[in-house]
Design a protein around this ligand. Structure first.
Ligand code: FAD
Length: 416
């Protein structure tokens, strides 16, 4: 690879790392390698929604984005319908969010499979768990648990919320505790069930049109949407967490009884009973605390930076974690396409930090507050809820990717 001037290592092959690798692999002077600790590149968990901003960032990275989403079985959602799920107005529609835009819902594993399929095999390194990062005279040395050592011009951490690269970037900046992941005050549980089962249990009328249903009520929230070419339905119950522990495991066992107790004021409404049955139709139903990064003083340290959940883990209330990771990938791809030598990497990373950190922090803060509203910590009348909720997604959906890229290039000029 003698003609490639910039050697870049991505640590972590989740959605963020795979999106970034797709952006960098298209730049002729970049030699990109993805190191993933797991034995294969795979995703667990349920679906992600990709809103307008995420779709346009993906289209900037990959001209064949629409094709990719189709192959991943993404389902086009005709809006997210917000409805009251408990109380005297249970069943009343609050409003339809994003009725004019198409939100795509896609299984995480299928999206990752398609992103990885676009990458050359020689750039993918499974079974490589990063152990240490050491800046060197001419770049960065990275050491893996298996003892192997590599040298790169730049290292980008896409290694998730408990990122090792993040620890390196933030080492010595402020109290560790302040910038570590911490509970956001909510829990959730998920299941993916067969389309016909969900339709039979929840009612046919919720499946006439492909839309996400968001049920708002007393202390909790219920959601369902359709994925995998309309063969499966994602089911979610979330709630306010009163006693979050700082245990990294974040997991608790759930039963029909415990869910009924959490949703006691919902049980005479239209959705809770059926949804509890669907969530419990799995071998080991568990709930998880939602964690986030409350503050991050920088995403960058010299030739090392973080992206995706490693940089800005957010709660899922505005469905934006994966979307932000794709935007990061687009911006980093734009910056790397516009530098020619390793000596410019620090400037590119400074520009990335300047452009991306305020946006991502705004989403983290807004998402947490949106969770409070969606979990009914406010006046639960449809009219009041609409006023509170309707404007909250505008700044997320409304980002123009062409001007965001231009801003990044302006910032690069200044940083140089
Ligand atoms: C419940 C829930 C619902 C969500 N819903 C949405 C939604 O609707 N829309 C949306 O846009 N986003 C959503 N998100 C967020 C989205 O799923 C995440 O933001 C996104 O998947 C993060 O991707 P990532 O690649 O940054 O991190 P991860 O998926 O955590 O990937 C990190 C990768 O790094 C690897 N790794 C870790 N440590 C090391 C190491 N030391 N060495 C090598 N490899 C390592 C891991 O094995 C993993 O493969 C949701 C998140 C949650 C939790």
């Amino acid at each position: 690879m003698a003609h490639k001037q910039l050697r870049v290592a991505i640590i972590g092959g989740g959605l963020a790392g795979a999106a970034l690798a797709n952006a960098l692999v298209r730049i002729s002077h970049v030699d990109v390698h993805v190191f993933e600790s797991a034995p294969e590149f795979s995703e667990r968990g349920a679906a992600v929604g990709l809103a307008k901003n995420a779709q346009s960032a993906l289209a900037q990275i990959l001209p064949s984005a629409t094709d990719l989403l189709e192959k991943a079985g993404a389902v086009r959602m005709n809006s997210s319908r917000i409805i009251l799920g408990s109380g005297p107005e249970a069943g009343k529609i609050v409003f339809d969010l994003a009725a004019d835009d198409i939100n795509m819902v896609v299984h995480r594993a299928s999206l990752l499979r398609e992103l990885i399929a676009h990458l050359p095999e020689e750039s993918l390194h499974p079974n490589k768990q990063l152990a240490a990062i050491n800046p060197s005279e001419s770049g960065v040395e990275i050491t893996f648990q298996d003892g192997s050592v590599y040298h790169f011009d730049a290292v980008i951490g896409a290694d998730g919320i408990f990122s090792t690269v993040r620890e390196h970037v933030l080492h010595g900046i402020g109290a560790d505790e302040e910038h570590s992941p911490s509970p956001a005050g909510f829990w959730d549980c998920r299941n993916v069930v067969l389309f016909d089962e969900a339709k039979a249990i929840l009612g046919e009328k919720y499946f006439d049109v492909d839309r996400q249903y968001d049920w708002v009520g007393d202390g909790a929230f219920i959601m369902h949407d359709v994925l995998e070419d309309r063969t499966m339905v994602q089911c979610v119950i979330s709630g306010v967490e009163k006693d979050a522990s700082k245990n990294r495991d974040r997991k608790r066992q759930l039963t029909q009884e415990s869910l009924k107790s959490s949703l006691s004021s919902w049980l005479d409404g239209p959705i809770a009973d059926g949804m509890i049955n669907l969530i419990c139709d799995q071998p080991d139903p568990c709930g998880y605390s939602q964690w986030e990064h409350k503050s991050t003083p920088t995403y960058v340290r010299e030739r090392v930076c973080v992206m995706g959940d490693a940089a800005h883990a957010t709660t899922p209330w505005q469905g934006s974690g994966a979307g932000l990771a794709i935007e990061d990938a687009m911006v980093l791809g734009t910056l790397f396409a516009n530098i020619a030598s390793p000596s410019e990497i620090s400037a590119a990373f400074k520009a990335y930090d300047l452009i991306r950190r305020p946006r991502c922090q705004q989403v983290i803060d807004s998402s947490r507050e949106t969770g409070r509203i969606l979990c009914g910590q406010v006046d639960l009348r449809a009219e009041e809820l609409m006023k509170l909720l309707a404007p909250r997604w505008n700044f997320i959906f409304g980002l123009d990717m062409e001007s965001h890229k231009r801003e990044a290039l302006e910032a690069l000029k200044t940083a140089r």
